[in-house]
Ligand binder design. Structure first.
Ligand code: CA
Length: 444
């Protein structure tokens, strides 16, 4: 039980779960009864975005409440600014007992980052999902999602738990990350699966990251049958993960803690799995930068879906706000979503931003998305209201020139005014985060 009116916090994080892969949110084939339950019993934010769509930076934003430029983590192996209080440290400072199980893909280890009790921790980016941990002189083997869920269920049930303190339990699943090997019985028949609306055999141009390991998971050109095989693996992993979330929700019920526990389900970033001719996550399309955010518990209205634009680093102060935990001073760009949850505001940010290495930059509003590929002087503009799957780039490349490469509109098209405004906003944001790309002289 929690004390001092602080609710417990069960923080569930997936690895590469794209935001549209939830049954209740309209997925055409995936059935996810437990995520659906969270959407019915809580509030869903359908438009949360990570800045950098790869594991380590995306997770650092969740850990620090700061964007990738201010917490110092923009690539694998980058060190999180040690001056940033982590989510676990913030909650521990307010009297919480903190627990971690699962994948840790940041510098240090969970026990050096504020987690008091750690169990079944896998430090790294990826590995086989059948894992073995040594515990009390015994080997425990099983599938990653089950091993991590069970460790958390035992903590929720009282193992190593201090009943005089509220708790924060973080379960960092490494599903549905590849190798995508769902346990028997979970993989759908590939022949039954529709292709993504943005399926392409190959990406339309070199986005600066065409041959990284993630993209090599399938040969080029991607065929419909090959993509269906990958989707079957991906959906199997997700459905099995959803079932583990169900077991955790049941554990809260069984121990009488469901009413006084905040549950948050999110992910680090999305994944293409055949969309736009890509397999991995290293792009600025919604399938890669948009992440699920399901919230349930005290202070969270039931059955609400909000399309308010928000970023992953907003989650930390939101959880502090909901739990009555002071927001640490080192939380920088993150702002609490509680006004939206209370119905006091319908909007949160008027734009979100993304960045990947020195090859992609992005600004997105509710309606428009503008992407720059500065190394190749390429831009894209999508009208998301009329083209939610980002199929139709409205900025033909011949409108742009190599020197001072952005050519002002000459035909009075409104689209160029839109692009102009978004480009200015992106530049302002780059200035505000001190984007090193602005200093290199590259045309971005
Ligand atoms: Ca990931």
């Amino acid at each position: 039980m929690s004390t001092n009116n602080h609710p417990n916090l069960l923080f569930l994080c997936a690895d590469d779960h794209r935001a549209d892969a939830v049954g209740a949110l309209g997925h055409p084939v995936l059935r996810t009864p437990h995520w659906d339950r969270l959407t019915h019993e809580g509030t869903t934010f359908t438009h949360m975005f990570t800045t950098v769509p790869i594991c380590t930076p995306a997770r650092a934003e969740l850990l620090t409440g700061c964007n990738a430029f201010s917490n110092g983590v923009r690539w694998f192996g980058d060190t999180t600014d040690p001056a940033r209080t982590t989510l676990a440290q913030g909650f521990a400072g307010a009297g919480y007992q903190t627990f971690f199980t699962g994948k840790w893909h940041n510098d240090g280890t969970p026990d050096t980052r504020g987690y008091e009790i750690t169990r079944r921790v896998f430090v790294g980016g990826m590995r086989d999902h059948v894992m073995t941990f040594e515990e009390n002189g015994h080997s425990v083997s099983g599938f990653s999602s089950e091993l991590f869920a069970e460790a958390a269920m035992q903590f929720i049930g009282g193992e190593n738990r201090d009943t005089g303190r509220p708790w924060l339990a973080q379960v960092a699943f490494t599903a549905p990350h590849d190798p995508r090997t769902p346990p028997p019985g979970w993989r759908p028949d590939p022949a039954t699966l529709p292709l993504p609306p943005s399926f392409l055999p190959e990406h339309a141009f070199d986005n600066g990251e065409m041959t990284i390991r993630d993209e090599q998971l399938e040969k080029w050109p991607r065929t419909p049958d090959a993509v269906r095989e990958h989707l079957a693996d991906y959906y199997g992993m997700l459905a099995h993960l959803d079932a583990q979330v169900g077991r955790l929700l049941d554990a809260l019920e069984a121990t009488g803690q469901a009413q006084n526990t905040l549950v948050v389900y999110t992910g680090d970033h999305g994944l293409a799995v055949g969309s736009h001719g890509l397999m991995g996550k290293m792009s600025m399309y919604d399938h890669s930068v948009r992440v699920p955010l399901l919230l349930r518990g005290p202070g969270v209205p039931a059955g609400i879906r909000s399309a308010a634009l928000c970023q992953s680093f907003d989650l930390f102060p939101t959880l502090c706000d909901l739990a009555g935990v002071p927001i640490p001073p080192s939380v920088a760009e993150g702002r609490s979503l509680r006004p939206v949850l209370l119905g006091e505001a319908s909007a949160h940010r008027d734009a979100v931003f993304g960045a990947y290495r020195d090859v992609q930059r992005m600004v997105r509003t509710a309606r428009w998305k503008y992407i720059e590929y500065p190394q190749i002087n390429k831009t894209q503009l999508f009208d998301l209201e009329n083209d939610p799957h980002e199929l139709s780039d409205l900025l033909p490349p011949w409108r742009y020139r190599k020197t001072s490469w952005y050519a002002p509109p000459t035909d009075g098209s409104e689209l160029f005014a839109v692009a102009d405004e978004l480009r200015a906003r992106l530049r302002d944001w780059q200035q505000s985060v001190n984007d090193p790309l602005l200093k290199t002289g590259t045309t971005a």
